[in-house]
Write a protein that binds this ligand. Structure first.
Ligand code: CUA
Length: 198
């Protein structure tokens, strides 16, 4: 039964309390600081895009997984230089189109690149969503089936790097490790195991 002193707030009646009193100075100050910081972070987005020097080149196109598979096989045939327990090691010339295929639970092939040279790295998946994570460098990308994600990459350090899948893709997810070998200008590869340069 409705009464004049009802406790239910209908939106027509003011709730009880002191919410209409002006905010304390300290509260106003904090709101002002928070707002100013929001604006700084907001400005950082376009600024970082222009000045951050770490944007992916963003070449994207649709690709049928079967077509990407065929293109990768062709790439392997063209530039294969060896193999590691059956996994082909491919050394494409600088400036070329490089293909790396993700599937449960492997990365094909092993890439051998030169330090300081640019390549266009094409990434795609044959089945589900995988995550490209280059260890120990902080480089991460989503690898999706049906999309060819092209990245202009220039290896800045030589070494024997691991590609770790960082997107849960099934029972063998934790075993999905690939390899990128980067040789320096003298053609030497620095091999490190267990985090130590040898
Ligand atoms: Cu592929 Cu997890």
């Amino acid at each position: 039964m409705p009464t004049a002193q009802s406790d239910t707030h209908t939106g027509l009646e003011s709730p009880r309390g002191i919410w209409w009193r002006p905010a304390h100075r300290a509260e106003k100050t904090w709101v002002a600081i928070a707002f100013a910081w929001c604006m700084v972070l907001f400005a950082m987005m376009p600024l970082w895009h222009l000045k951050g020097n770490q944007n992916p080149s963003g070449i994207r196109r649709r690709v049928e997984p079967a077509a990407f598979y065929r293109r990768t096989q062709e790439f392997i045939k063209q530039y294969q230089v060896g193999d590691d327990r059956g996994m082909p090691i491919v050394a494409p010339p600088p400036g070329s189109e490089v293909y790396l295929m993700a599937q449960t639970f492997m990365w094909t092939p092993i890439l051998k690149l030169e330090q300081g040279k640019e390549y266009t790295l094409h990434l795609s998946s044959l089945d589900v969503n995988h995550g490209f994570s280059l260890y120990p460098v902080n480089v991460n990308f989503q690898i999706l089936p049906g999309y060819d994600y092209g990245l202009r990459v220039t290896p800045t350090a030589s070494g024997d790097f691991r590609i770790i899948c960082n997107e849960f893709c099934g029972i063998g997810h934790h075993t999905m490790v690939g390899r990128v070998i980067v040789v320096d200008s003298a053609g030497q590869e620095v091999v490190f195991r267990g985090g130590n340069h040898e």
